[in-house]
Design a protein around this ligand. Sequence first.
Ligand code: NAD
Length: 471
Amino acid sequence: MPSTDFPLSIAGHLVQTPQRGEVINPATGEVLVDYPMAGRQELETAVQCAKAAFASWSGTPWEVRQAKLVELADLIAARQEQFTRLLTLEQGKASSGAEWEIGGCIHWLREVAQQTLPQSVASEGEQGQVLCRHVPLGVVGAITPWNFPLLLAVWKVAPALLTGNTVVVKPSPYTPLCTLWFGELAQRVLPPGVLNIVAGGNELGQWLTEHPDVSKIAFTGSTATGSRVMQSAAGNLKRVTLELGGNDPAIVLPDVDPKSIAEKLFWASFQNSAQFCVATKRLFIHESIYDEVAEALCEYAAGVKIGNGLEADTQLGPLQNQMQYDKVCDLIEDTHRAGLRFLAGGTVVHGNGYFIPITLVDNPPDDARCVVEEAFGPVLPLLKYRDVEEVIARANNTEYGLAASVWGRDLAQAQAIAQRLEAGTVWINQVHQFSPHIAFGGHKQSGLGIENALEGLAEYTNVQTIMGRPL
Ligand code: NAD
C-alpha cells in the first residue's frame, strides 16, 4: 500500500471527512482500508472550485495542457508497481491484468496529450470567412465503475482536461483507492480546482448529475444507471457520454481450427473474470464444430489458475464485490433450476473471497437468463447455430449493442457479417483492441456518444462557428 490515507482532492486541498467508506479486498473478504466519503458540502465545494478554476484553465494554452497530461502520466509511471499492487488489492484482478490497466493509464495520458482539435475554416464565400472552433464546456463530472477503475477515469480526465474543462471525478464506492491516490498526486502539477476527486456512494453520483453548475457527465456503468443519469442531466441540458452494459456475441464460423482458437475465445470471454463490458457474453459456434470447440474450451479452462491476484501464477482473480458475487451465484442457481447442462463449473464453493469457477453452459435456449442477461461474471453460454442468417438475427436479438466479434478464415465473409452486426465495435479474429485514437461507443442501449479518438475529444467541447466579413 502507498503511504497515503487516500484523501479527497478538493480545490487543491487534500481532505478527510468523518464519514468513512470501506474497501474490501475481494480475494479475502477482509477490510483493506477505509476512506473519506464526500457529502453534499464537499461536492458543492468541489463543483464551485472547479467552476472558478475554469476561466483560467480554459484560457491556458493547449500546449501547456498537453504538457500537464504528460506530467500526470509521469506521476503514475514513477509509481507503476505501487499502483499495480494497489489495483489488485482493491479490485481483485490478477497482477498481469493490473499491469495492463496501469500501463494503459500512462499510455492514454501520453497519447491523448498528442491530440489536437484545430479550428478550421469551413468556407470563405459570400458570408465571408466561416471559422469553426471547439470550445470547452465548463465543469465535467466523471463517474466510473469498479471493473477498470483507474483506466476508465483516465479515459475521461485526459480528454476533458486537454480540451480546457475542469473535472470532478466520482469513483465507484467499491474501488476508489487508485483514483484517490491519482488525484492526490495530480494536485502537485495541476492548478487548484482543475481536477477534484470526491469518493462516495450512488447518491453522490446522483447529486453530481443533477448539479446545475456541471456542464457534462461522462459516465461508465450499467444501462439502468445510465438511464437515470440521462434523466437527472436533463435539468440543465448537460451533455452526456454514456458507456453502458453489453451482451456481446462472438460468432465462430465453421472453418476455424477448434483447438487453436480455444485460448483466444476463452480470454475474449473471461478476461478480468468476465467483469468486462466488452467480454464475449454469448458464444455462437457453428454446429459442425460445436462439440470440438466446447471440448477444447473445457480443456483450456481446466488449466487456468484462479486465485488471489497478488500470487504470481494467478490468471483470474475473484469477482470484485459481494453484490456482483451474489448476482452471478443467483444466475448459476437459475441455470440449474432451468435444468440446463454445465460443461464446466456451475458449483460455487462459498469461502472468504468472491471466487466463482469458470462456468460454461451447454447450448441453453436463447431466452434463458444466462443468455439474455449481462452476467458480468464467469458464466458463458455456448450456443449452437446452423446458418449465417440465423446467427446474425440471434446475435442482434438483444437490447445491447456494445461490441461483437467474428472468427473465421475467410476475411471477406467475416467482414460482411461484421457489417450486419448491431454493435459499436466489431473485432475480427481478435478482441479488446483499444486505443486512444480509435473511437469506442455503444449502439442501442449500450450507450450514447464516443470515448477516445478525435470524436471522443470533441465530445468535451461545443462547436462554435464564427463568420463575418469586412464592413
Ligand atoms: P453502476 O451503474 O452500478 O455504477 C457505476 C457508477 O455510477 C458508480 O460510481 C456508482 O456509484 C454510480 N452511480 C450509481 N447510481 C447512480 C446514480 N443514480 N446517478 C449517478 N451515479 C450513480 O455500474 P457498476 O456495477 O459499477 O459497473 C458495471 C456495469 O458497468 C456493467 O453493466 C458494465 O457492462 C458497465 N461497464 C461499461 C463499460 C463501457 O465502456 N461500456 C465499461 C465498464 C463497465
